[in-house]
Design a protein around this ligand. Sequence first.
Ligand SMILES: O=C(O)CCC(=O)C(=O)O
Length: 245
Amino acid sequence: MPKNTQSLEHGLSAGQLARYREEGYLRYGPFLNGAEMEELQQVGERMYADANLRSIELDAGEGGTYPLYTPVFSREPRFEEILFRHPVLLDILESILGPVFRLVEDQYFYKPAKHGASLACHHDNIYYGFVDPKIVTVWLALDDATLENGCLKVLPGSHREEIEHQGVPGTIITEAVIDKNDLVSVPVPAGELILVDGLTVHGSGPNTTDAPRRVANLVAIVPCADSASRIFSLEANPYLRGAPV
Ligand SMILES: O=C(O)CCC(=O)C(=O)O
């Protein structure tokens, strides 16, 4: 059971938590300051410039692919402070996940300028296959995310049951399963944070602008016997809070 959020200094308010539980996502609001954003952007730009690292091309469904890097920030101790040990972020996550949770993955989504690809609808647990997926994705805008450059789109309430994925390689949700008209766009200014449940259907539109759209992502999970997965091992992943002593 999640702890009473009121005992957390920076936890979500009861209203925020209720909205997250109801809708399966929450626009939290401003989180990163300008200097932090710049640092995170620079790491991403370094990765984008290094062609050898461009190993995961997201199958975007429409209009091609675009790169996703992982791990990124967990490799650099500097980001402990900005992300992984940030007391506000950890309190936010504790509000949702309870007092013990681990990092699943950290990622950097780079949608280049004038890039036509949208990201097909999916939920994040399809990539991890956890049996009891108490997962939160922390989505941090490193640029203003707009309708024009491919902001996040979510299907509110879709986290209540696991929606079947189809297509090739079985990681997208087709229009036969959901109605795209039900998707809600979530444009946010740079530095804002959006929380997304591991079962919430989401995707993003193409970037039609002449600047990149960059996002830092961090996925966390409550580890328990049911975190078993056939496709993902948590064994080497650090506890973000509540590590056993
Ligand atoms: O921002 C995007 O383009 C996609 C983000 C996403 O799919 C995710 O955070 O899991």
